[in-house]
Design a binder for this molecule. Sequence first.
Ligand code: SAH
Ligand code: SF4
Ligand code: F3S
Length: 443
Amino acid sequence: MANKYHIMSYGCQMNERDAETISGMLGQLGYEKTDISKNADVIIIHTCCVRESAENKIIGKIGELKHLKTVNPGLIIGICGCMVQQKDTAKRLVEKAPHIDLVFGTHNLHQLPELINQVQLTNNQIIEIWDDEGSIVEDLPAQREGNLKAYVTITYGCNNYCTYCIVPYVRGKERSRLPESIVNEIDGLGKEGFKEITLLGQNVNSYGKDLCDLNINFSGLLQKIDDVTNITRIRYMTSHPRDFNEELVMTVKNSKNVCPHFHLPLQAGSNKILKLMNRGYTKEQYLSLIELIKQEIPHASITTDLIVGFPGETEEDFLETLDAVSEARFDQAYTFLYSKRSGTPAATMENQVDDENKKARLQRLMDLQNKISLEINKELVNRSLSVLVEGPSKNNPSQLTGRTTTNKIVVFEGDDTLVGKLVDVKIEEARTWNLTGKLIKVY
Ligand code: SAH
Ligand code: SF4
Ligand code: F3S
């Protein structure tokens, strides 16, 4: 019987994509995937450290795994990802949890096969973390999740250094993949039958800035992908308002298959806070981008990320966030309590906001946003929308679920043969988080 591996992956889409590479590499070593940790011979904990809550969850998980070693002494437990890339974290972790066999960082993911070999040969604990990013390693194997939607990384790292954010420290400098590598990967996905791709980068709008000789930017890349590949739905994330421009809006507008959905994190509505965050734009500049999108592509959806309780945020500053949310009228917002990340400039800023205040503000923000989301969704009732069918609905498995081009979840009655197809659904009921409707056409 083949040896088995189990991956516990936390964090963002970047990590989800990297987990597919980890799977691919373990597959090449002859391991088979299992969803049950106690059946595994290799367990990889793929970490995130963007907020403290993410870290705490992972530390708990590492502790829980200790008893599996007594049942299966040959079990290899590996920890990787953003959390261990922070200074001294690996050392702290293995001191606390000596049952860890292997620690590797975000910059040397590709070394996993040789590191596993080393652990097996020497029976020693191996810690191998590179401080610097090195160059992009192409053509690593990948075992994709599903066969309908795929993530395609276009840039690694981030140069923005928002003052609250740990990502630049753990993911390194921004590096763009070559356009032909990206197009080849997408071509391959198209041939395998994938219908939707999402291009990934911490700031996709700065794609190509490091590829000086090639004279390509994000709009150019998007257009190329739209022109030469046969993917039905092209998405991308995340945009940064600092580099987001009219050229991109027009590229999306004039494209065949780029979805009319813009995820454009605002983070805060007060110019004072935006400056302290080092975001590089004002509320007014941000709102004029929203205006531009609405003018050029009126049916587009717009979503955002918001942080409440950044150090120095007063009630007046917070009211500016509420004001910006009312004016922008986002389809949806991902809202976060500010979380102190050691090593970032904001962690040592004065006037940290207390927890109680933060939580109260978060609730007020969510109440406002939920009201707006519902109002916007209600406008879709009686409209017929194109939906890419993904599978049975989680909450009601006798129904199907899929997404519109604008990334809204639609639940409707239909049979399994529709999975993977594009259909039209007439919307009958709107909720804050999803829409329900009736199937009217199959393509
Ligand atoms: N590069 C992307 C995503 C970064 S992480 C971007 O710039 O949008 C995703 C979101 O997590 C961020 O947009 C931000 O809203 C939130 N976030 C990052 N660091 C945080 C922190 N220290 N506390 C709370 N939220 C944070
Ligand atoms: Fe973090 Fe800012 Fe980079 Fe996003 S753009 S990853 S929030 S530093
Ligand atoms: Fe987390 Fe790293 Fe992504 S810190 S959000 S997994 S880039």
